[in-house]
Design a protein around this ligand. Structure first.
Ligand code: ADP
Length: 539
C-alpha cells in the first residue's frame, strides 16, 4: 500500500464535510463578512481554478500582501491545493526588502489588499517574476492603477469553478508555504513549510497540553497572517472546525475588544505589545470578555506583570508560548503541570513567565560553553531544536548552513532549563550583555523595570564600555501621567534589591518611543547603534 501523504487541502476538506455551517467572521475595510466553511470551501476551490488558469503550476510561488481576513484564508488553502507555494509577505517590511523577497522567491502571481496597492505601483518595475496582480477587495471593480495585468479577486472568483478538485498527488515533503523572517538584522531569509510540517504543526496546536484548539473555540488570530501563518492558527482552526474571527486591516485595541465581546472569542494570539495595548482598553471595564479561555502571548517574552494583570485583574487566562519563523512556530508553551498547581501564586507566575516546556513531537538541547547545560535553571546555553516542523535550511541560501549544523536548528536564543524542563530565554545571542566576561540577561532587567508602576515600555541593551567591554543601559518609556516625574534614580533604586550590583544598568535613558520591528518587537539593534557612544561620551 502507498503511504498516505499529509496534505494541507485535506484540512479544509474536513471543515467542508463536517462543519459546513460553522463560520469565519472576517472584518474588511468596509464591512464584517460571515461566511460558512461551505462557502469558504467553494470560494477556495474557485480561487484554485482561476490561479491555475492564470498559469500557476505545482511548485510555483504565489505571494500575498494582506491583512487577516477570509480572502487571505482562502489563499492559504487554494495555493497549496494546486501544489503551489503560498508566500505570505510581511506588509511592514521596507520596500527594498519587499522587492528583494519577491524576486528571491520568484513569485508568479501576487494577491494584494486594496489599501496596500500603492506600494506596488512604486516598486513594480523592480519585480522580475510577477505575471499577474490580483486586488483583494469587497468590490468586483478593478481600481485604476498602473499595475498590469491587474484583476479583481471577486470578479475572478465569480468565473471560477466551485467544484475544483485539489491535487492529491503531492509529496508531503514538498513545499506548501514560505515565509521570510522579518529579520531584526540583515537580509530576510526564506523559511519553507512543507505540507507535512503544516499538518503536523496544526495537530500540535490542538493538543490538550499545548493550546487545546478545538471545535468549540472561537479563535481570533491577531498575529498577522503574513507572519509565520498567524502562528498556524488559521490552518488548525479550519481543520478542527473552530469558528474563526479575522480582525482585518488597521485594527485598534478597541476593535479587538469589540470583536472579543461581540463574537464571544474564546482564544486569541498575538505579541505582548498588542496585549499591553488591549489591557489599557479592557481595564476600563466596558467590554465583556467572559468568553475568553486563553490569550496566547508569544514573539517576545511575556512580562510577569502582564500575565498577572490579565489573570488577577481581568480574570483572563494568559499563556506564554515561544517559537520562531524557522519553527512554524510553536516550540514551547508555559502551562503548569498538575502538581505545580498547588505552588504559591508568585511561584506560579514565575514559572508561567518562562517560555515553558517543549511541545510533543520536538526535540531540544541547550548547549553551553561546556556542552549540554545542567537542568538547574542557572547554566545558560544556546537552544537547539529539531523535529517535523523545524526548518532544516533557508530557501536558496547556503551561506547560513552553520545555523542548521548536525541536523539541529541553532536558534540563537540563550536559555536556562529548570529541573522541571521549563526553558527560560535569557537573551538572543546577539542581545546578551557581556560585562567583564560575565553574561547579564537583558530580559531579567526588563521584567524587573516593567514592574515599576510608571513604566510603559522598557528595553535594556548592551552599550560598549572601556572597562567592562559592555554595560547595560535601560531605555524607558514612561506612562503619560508619569512623564517628567520619575528619575533615573527612582528606577534604579526600585530594581536594585533584585540584582547583584554589577547587573544594574549604568544609565536610564527616557524616550518617547522605542523603535520596533515590522512585527512590533523592540528593535534592539537600532538602540544599540543609537547608544553606542553613550557611556564613552563626555556627559
Ligand atoms: P524575527 O524577530 O527575527 O523577525 P521571529 O518572529 O521568527 O523573527 O522571532 C523569533 C524570535 O523571537 C525567537 O528566536 C526569540 O528570540 C523571540 N521570541 C519568540 N517568542 C518568544 C517568547 N515567548 N519569549 C521570548 N522571546 C521570544
Amino acid at each position: 500500500m502507498m503511504p498516505i501523504q499529509l496534505n494541507v487541502s485535506t484540512m479544509l476538506e474536513r471543515a467542508e464535510l463536517f462543519y459546513p455551517r460553522k463560520q469565519v467572521i472576517s472584518r474588511t475595510l468596509n464591512q464584517v463578512h460571515r461566511l460558512t466553511y461551505k462557502e469558504i470551501g467553494e470560494r477556495t476551490r474557485r480561487l484554485s481554478s482561476v490561479l491555475e488558469k492564470l498559469g500557476v503550476e505545482a511548485g510555483d510561488r504565489v505571494g500575498t500582501f494582506a491583512w487577516n481576513h477570509h480572502r487571505h484564508l482562502e489563499a492559504y488553502f487554494a495555493v497549496p491545493g494546486l501544489g503551489a507555494v503560498i508566500h505570505t509577505i510581511n506588509i511592514r517590511l521596507s520596500p527594498e526588502h519587499v522587492v528583494y523577497i519577491i524576486n528571491h522567491a520568484q513569485d508568479k502571481v501576487l494577491l494584494i489588499d486594496e489599501d496596500l496597492l500603492p506600494l506596488f505601483e512604486k516598486i513594480k518595475d523592480h519585480l522580475h517574476s510577477v505575471k499577474a496582480y490580483i486586488v483583494m477587495s469587497d468590490s468586483t471593480e478593478v481600481p485604476s492603477s498602473s499595475l498590469e495585468p491587474l484583476y479583481s479577486y471577486e470578479a475572478l472568483l465569480a468565473e471560477g469553478d466551485p467544484e475544483f478538485q485539489f491535487r492529491k498527488d503531492i509529496d508531503e515533503y514538498s513545499p506548501a508555504g514560505i515565509c521570510y523572517t522579518s529579520s531584526t538584522s540583515g537580509i530576510p531569509k526564506g523559511v519553507v513549510y512543507t505540507h507535512r510540517a503544516l499538518v503536523l504543526h496544526s495537530m500540535a496546536v490542538g493538543l490538550a497540553d499545548t493550546l487545546a484548539l478545538g471545535e468549540t473555540d472561537v479563535a481570533m488570530p491577531v498575529v498577522p497572517m503574513f507572519h509565520v501563518n498567524a502562528w498556524g492558527m488559521p490552518y488548525a482552526a479550519t481543520w478542527f472546525g473552530s469558528t474563526q474571527v479575522l480582525p482585518g486591516p488597521r485594527f485598534t485595541p478597541e476593535v479587538l475588544a469589540e470583536l472579543i465581546s461581540q463574537e464571544k472569542v474564546t482564544v486569541t494570539a498575538g505579541v505582548p505589545t498588542v496585549w499591553l495595548g488591549l489591557y489599557t482598553v479592557l481595564e476600563e471595564g466596558n467590554y465583556n470578555t467572559g468568553s475568553l479561555r486563553a490569550i496566547v502571548c508569544g514573539g517576545s517574552a511575556a512580562p510577569p506583570s502582564l500575565i498577572s494583570r490579565y489573570e488577577d485583574r481581568l480574570g483572563i487566562p494568559f499563556y506564554h508560548a515561544y517559537g520562531m519563523t524557522e519553527t512554524t512556530p510553536l516550540v514551547t508553551v508555559a502551562r503548569l503541570k498538575s502538581y505545580q498547581q498547588s505552588l504559591s501564586k508568585e511561584q506560579q507566575v514565575e514559572l508561567r513567565a518562562k517560555q515553558g516546556i517543549l511541545v510533543p513531537g520536538l526535540e531540544m538541547k541547550v548547549e553551553g560553553v561546556n556542552g549540554d547545560v545542567k537542568w538547574d535553571g542557572q547554566e545558560m546555553g544556546e537552544l537547539l531544536l529539531r523535529g517535523p516542523w523545524i526548518a532544516g535550511e533557508y530557501y536558496l541560501d547556503d551561506s547560513t548552513d552553520h545555523i542548521f549544523e548536525d541536523g539541529w536548528l541553532h536558534t540563537g536564543d540563550i536559555a536556562t532549563v529548570d529541573p522541571e524542563g521549563f526553558i527560560k530565554l535569557v537573551d538572543r545571542t546577539k542581545d546578551l550583555i557581556k560585562s567583564g566576561g560575565e553574561w547579564i540577561s537583558s530580559v531579567d532587567l526588563e521584567n524587573a523595570i516593567l514592574d515599576h508602576e510608571a513604566v510603559f515600555e522598557v528595553v535594556v541593551v548592551a552599550v560598549p564600555d572601556v572597562q567592562w567591554a559592555e554595560r547595560p543601559v535601560a531605555c524607558v518609556v514612561l506612562k503619560d501621567e508619569y512623564k517628567g516625574k520619575v528619575t533615573k534614580e527612582d528606577i534604579l533604586s526600585f530594581v536594585a534589591p533584585k540584582f547583584p550590583k554589577w547587573w544594574l544598568p549604568d544609565d536610564v535613558v527616557f524616550m518617547d518611543e522605542i523603535p520596533k520591528t515590522a512585527v512590533g518587537k523592540f528593535l534592539k539593534r537600532r538602540l544599540r547603534e543609537q547608544l553606542k557612544h553613550h557611556l564613552t561620551k563626555p556627559s
